[in-house]
Design a protein around this ligand. Structure first.
Ligand SMILES: [Mn+2]
Length: 261
């Protein structure tokens, strides 16, 4: 498998736009419409659009690109990359199986789990954020199992219909879980994991004191001390809510600036 990019450099003439946790799916038409707008705007306003994971609520497989859940997003991404926009995708916990076939069909660039970003001399470290939630022991176990080499291959070689059934079952279970637990403190990034991420960033991208991630659905700008800043991206939800959520950050040569969707 081709290596996923783990280092991106831009000259800083235009911002690099970063979003995450869109959780696009067939029953979220308003969220999809707003994301499509965001992709189109990025064509003229940004040097690149980077999605830090969970673009989709589920990933059935790259061979599912024609499904109503995936096709509109694939078309929007394909049009943007054909027009010259760089679109990078960093795997989330829900859609880490997005692979080369989808990338080829849409023109997007597959990114590694952690990415060094340089924009006109400004440096930031990018990740999805699930690996920072080390108190979520059940999830970390699930992550280790689902990322075992070979498991993706097995999944991708089952029938499309069977995978759709499994996803539907997972979805029902997950909705029930969400209703009963909600956002819990142990689902947030932990101090030791954050410190470790900053240490990795400083080692692999000297001078980097900025961490940008999503996943926790707790958008914020955290001052982590010693001149370090951690930006947490918002999730997107414009369907069936009173207060729509969305947006992300623009990274320029001068730093990080949040924007609303
Ligand atoms: Mn996530």
């Amino acid at each position: 498998m081709a290596r996923r990019l783990d280092h991106l450099r831009f000259d800083g003439r235009q911002p690099v736009r970063i979003v995450s946790d869109l959780h696009l799916w067939g029953d979220r038409p308003a969220t999809l419409a707003r994301f499509t707008q965001c992709v189109e705007r990025a064509r003229t306003e940004a040097a690149a659009l980077l999605v830090l994971g969970d673009l989709f609520e589920y990933w059935v497989g790259d061979d599912d690109i024609g499904s109503p859940e995936v096709a509109p997003t694939a078309r929007a991404l394909g049009a943007a990359t054909a027009a010259g926009l760089t679109v990078g995708f960093l795997p989330g916990n829900r859609d880490f199986l997005i692979g080369r076939r989808f990338a080829r069909a849409t023109g997007i660039t597959l990114l590694a789990d952690e990415v060094a970003l340089e924009v006109g001399g400004f440096r930031a470290w990018l990740m999805h954020g699930d690996t920072l939630c080390t108190d979520d022991v059940g999830y970390q176990r699930f992550r280790r199992i689902t990322r075992l080499p070979g498991l993706a291959w097995v999944w991708n070689h089952t029938s499309l219909a069977w995978r759709h059934e499994r996803i539907a079952a997972m979805r029902t279970a997950s909705e029930q879980r969400k209703r009963s637990t909600g956002l819990q403190p142990w689902m947030d990034a932990t101090a030791p994991a954050i410190a470790a991420a900053f240490a990795t960033a400083a080692r692999r991208l000297p001078g980097c004191t900025t961490l940008i991630h999503g996943h926790t659905h707790r958008p914020a700008r955290h001052d982590e001390g010693a001149g370090r800043t951690r930006w947490v991206l918002p999730d997107w939800e414009l369907d069936g809510v009173d207060v729509p959520r969305g947006g992300g950050v623009d990274v320029t040569a001068n730093g990080v600036e949040p924007f609303a969707a």
